[in-house]
Design a protein. Sequence first.
Length: 201
Amino acid sequence: MKISCTTAFTPNKKTSETLVIPCYLDKKPAKNYQLAKTGIATIDKYIGTLLSHKEFTGKSQEMLYCFVDGTIPQSILLIGLGEAKSVTAEDLRETGALITKKLRQLKKTALVITNLLLSDEHTVNLVEGVSLANYQTDMFKTSKSRPALLASMIVVTASKNKTLLPQLNRILTLSKHIHQVRDLINMPADNIYPESLAQHA
């Protein structure tokens, strides 16, 4: 999976990314969903309406998938994080895994994560959960039976951040090696034995 960071996001018809918006329970909509830089100014108003009708609150692991009409219709996944002061790294990893599971069910392969109040630490934890869950044992499956994995991720930040992308790339590298170990674990005994295992060392 490829990852990049940007301070502005413009919807693309060709890639049709799903806009993933992590939402804190205890943040006001006007501040929590500042998405003017995404090129979809109507999203703030739309999310405000959802909140006012209590269709979405931001509770931990609460999820709502919807569409916003525009020049380019945008699919949106709202995901609750709970209270900002009490959310833990493990909570965020579990939430990231839920995002991956949901997008796989929807057969989506590209996502954009944006919440301009999300801290770097919370962003890293969330991306870690997404990347660790972006795995499948497919060595014995035909191409037709393999569900699509996430191929690209864009993280929208409030300002240019030179330190965040290296952290996210490190997470993807670690996840890649963890997936390789899981492949070895899932191999049958006929394929993995001391000599073949040594070749992977």
